[in-house]
Write a protein that binds this ligand. Structure first.
Ligand SMILES: CC1(C)CN=C(N2CCN(c3ncnc4sc(CC(F)F)cc34)CC2)S1
Length: 493
């Protein structure tokens, strides 16, 4: 790595958000390739100065320009930058003249350098542990931060073929002549032995949501900048964000969006949508459209195997009391998860579906049956159909999985919700087999159907019965007229 360029050095000392934006702009537009170490150190330093206990108090009381920042001296950044360079170079052979491709041993070695320099034990899920600033000043990184540091380390050593691979809850690297070699470089979850150095499994784990059925986001250098920007964490504490950090993150995401580097990165578009919902920018794409763009990106580039684009959108509809639309987003999320097998590594998405099924939907039912909603969803068959599709996807997710998903705790909210729809509304839901020719949700006779096509998991399905596993047997003859899970279909009888 050449080191910090004069054009970037000239921006220091950094006193406001627009200087940070300019630095990223310089790096993204005219650097031969953006310098991940420099940008991560700067972003981390800004985040740290505005969110960490030490001096956060100072900012709150002083009346400051909304875009002013605590002064960031060049010397601070340069010291950390050369520290990172030295750590990497002293442990690993640099790639002189950028001639060769990385090897598995090289990647593992860089991962070991990062791994062995971390503080022995610390709370891994804490905020603000994602950047090289955290690594170089506190020797602490979170799971994503370790993977990012490995990629930045390889860049510093001249291995430009090493790139970040991202699923919805894990990160690893790709490398080699065709960029098709894969390697674990960080840990995942709690109490799991790390698999660092191993290639990404093709076996059982490949069918778990954690590896998104081998459809991860494979980053370019510019998308790695988008990942570090997405990982900026504006939280001051459990209830407040540092608004300058959120503003910086939003501006940087718009810069990356305008340069086209978010096209293949659904979660980054979703993050931008969340920020736009809170503080909409004049003349910018509205948040609801951004959530749609994230969904179409996942459908276009990742074979619709990602869940989060639908839960970003569902969360938006829910917060804005658009409950009919929320049911559709959540049913679409469920259509994604149904094709996976649930594994112990999938806790994060399990918690997501649990919260939707056992907190958000029951809350909607309570509000809607309070009798004050004129246009209640309880009279809408398409809402009932989408709810069934939502629950059915979770049932199918469980089928064929070594680990059960459902337990009695799911039963009460589920039955409670279904029973809020009157018989004549339920009767309008027409459960049909396979994918109908026309893709609308509405049948000529006003009926509705679940527009499921025939879902088959690669490994076939063995019937686990939701009501059985919830403690009451749903008897179903085997001529069921639909491909809902038998017990979900039982609920429509
Ligand atoms: C609909 C939601 C619950 C709202 N936020 C969600 N996020 C999902 C995770 N987020 C992310 N945003 C950008 N990039 C990445 S890469 C990654 C996996 C990690 F191990 F590297 C996670 C993630 C951001 C926040 S999903």
């Amino acid at each position: 790595m050449a080191g910090i360029r004069e054009i970037d050095k000239a921006l220091f000392p950094i006193k406001n958000i627009s200087s940070v934006i300019q630095l990223f702009k310089n790096q993204l537009e005219d650097a031969c390739e953006p310098d991940l170490a420099l940008l991560s150190i700067v972003a981390g330093a800004v985040e740290n100065s505005l969110t960490c206990r030490s001096n956060a108090g100072l900012q709150v009381c002083e009346p400051v320009e909304p875009t002013s920042l605590p002064v960031l001296e060049f010397h601070t950044i340069e010291t950390l930058y050369s520290k990172f360079h030295t750590i990497m170079k002293s442990a690993v052979e640099p790639n002189k003249g950028f001639k060769s491709y990385a090897t598995r041993e090289l990647v593992k070695k860089v991962s070991d350098v990062v791994w062995n320099s971390l503080t022995r034990s610390y709370y891994k899920d804490r905020a603000h542990l994602q950047s090289l600033y955290s690594y170089l000043t506190g020797s602490k990184l979170d799971c994503f931060g370790v993977a990012f540091a490995v990629v930045a380390g390889c860049q510093t050593l001249g291995y430009t073929d090493v790139h970040l691979a991202l699923s919805e809850d894990h990160a690893w690297v790709v490398f080699g002549e065709r960029g098709t070699e894969t390697a674990e470089v960080t840990w995942h979850g709690k109490g799991n032995e790390d698999k660092r150095g191993q290639e990404i499994g093709k076996g059982v784990s490949a069918r778990s949501w954690l590896y998104v059925n081998n459809r991860p986001v494979i980053c370019t250098r510019h998308m790695e900048v988008a990942a570090l920007v997405s990982a900026i964490n504006p939280s001051l504490n459990a209830t407040h964000d540092a608004f300058e950090v959120a503003l910086l993150q939003q501006e940087l995401l718009w810069l990356l969006y305008d340069l086209g580097h978010l096209k293949k990165y659904p979660m980054a578009i979703g993050n931008l949508g969340d920020l736009e919902e809170i503080a909409p920018k004049e003349g910018r794409t509205p948040c609801n459209v951004l959530f749609e763009e994230a969904i179409s990106s996942a459908r276009t580039y990742y074979n619709n195997q990602h869940v989060y684009p639908y839960t970003y959108q569902g969360g938006y509809f829910y917060r804005n009391k658009m409950y009919k639309e929320a049911f559709e987003s959540w049913a679409n999320a469920s259509d994604v998860i149904r094709l996976y097998n649930y594994s112990r590594d999938d806790e994060e998405i399990y918690k997501e579906f649990l919260e939707i099924a056992n907190e958000l939907i029951p809350h909607i039912m309570k509000v809607e049956s309070s009798g004050f909603s004129a246009n209640t969803i309880l009279k809408k068959p398409e809402c009932f159909a989408n709810l069934l599709r939502f629950y059915d996807g979770i049932c199918q997710w469980e089928e064929g999985s070594a680990t059960p998903v459902l337990h009695i705790g799911w039963a009460k909210p589920l039955v409670n919700t279904i029973s809020k729809f009157d018989a004549e509304v339920r009767a309008q839901v027409d459960i049909v087999c396979g994918k109908p020719e026309d893709d609308t949700n509405k049948r000529a006779n006003g009926g509705y159907y679940n527009n499921n096509n025939n879902y088959e998991k690669e490994n076939g399905t063995n019937e686990t019965d939701i009501l059985t596993s919830l403690g009451s047997k749903a008897l179903k003859d085997d001529q069921s007229t639909s491909n809902f899970h038998p017990s979900i279909e039982a609920l429509t009888a």
